[in-house]
Design a protein around this ligand. Structure first.
Ligand code: 218
Length: 190
């Protein structure tokens, strides 16, 4: 964690966080105000697989920052913006904790194990992000709930559906990408 990221990682992070921003601009399934199902986390997950925790956290953080500076963020208060755009997106990087074990199992030709670890990484990264949207939803988005629905239940269901939906969308895209481009998606170039 203390080792600085190599220049190649920094360049990839800059490109892939911008790619996440662009994919997020494509039409997606809207669940509620500011809540969508999309596969825009895919570029961040690829950085997590290639460069581990640190790379993933920096990429997620940068994607959140890009959404704010390009006017693509839903901002209610400074604290809400901080939680949902800096903290939540940086936490997708948690998927990077699986990077070394995924590479190791692939190097040893343990495909089933690698597959399970990849799914585990996607689940951990998604849950780590959406826990923050869930918390922010209770605190800041309660007034968006329909009459008679509690802020807690509204946040749990909306963010839960968005998390599971986005997780499935990312799994499908990566499942299509990895068999033909495993070297690119999962391995360092050197
Ligand atoms: C109940 C509820 N509604 C909206 C939000 C805001 N939110 C949710 C998920 C993802 C994002 C980031 C943009 O895609 C945002 C801002 C919430 N937390 N809870």
């Amino acid at each position: 964690m203390n080792k600085p990221l190599p220049l190649q990682a920094k360049i990839e992070i800059a490109i892939f966080s911008a790619l996440a921003l662009i994919i997020d601009l494509l039409p997606s399934i809207t669940i509620a105000t500011a809540v969508t199902i999309s596969f825009s986390m895919v570029p961040i997950f690829i950085i997590c697989f290639r460069w581990g925790l640190k790379g993933g956290v920096v990429a997620g953080f940068l994607w959140g920052l890009l959404q704010m500076v390009t006017g693509n963020a839903y901002i209610l208060t400074p604290l809400q913006a901080f939680i949902e755009y800096f903290v939540a997106f940086a936490f997708i990087g948690a998927a990077g904790l699986f990077s070394d074990s995924i590479k190791k199992s692939l190097a040893q030709n343990e495909r089933t194990k690698a597959f399970s670890l990849i799914i585990g990484a996607l689940i951990v990264g998604s849950v780590a992000r959406y826990i923050w949207h869930f918390i922010a939803g209770i605190i800041f988005w309660g007034s968006y709930a329909p009459k008679g629905v509690s802020a807690l239940w509204y946040s749990f269901t909306m963010n839960g559906i968005a998390m599971v939906g986005s997780l499935i969308a990312c799994t499908v895209v990566l499942a299509l990408l990895i068999p033909s481009a495993a070297r690119v998606v999962l391995n360092r170039a050197h």
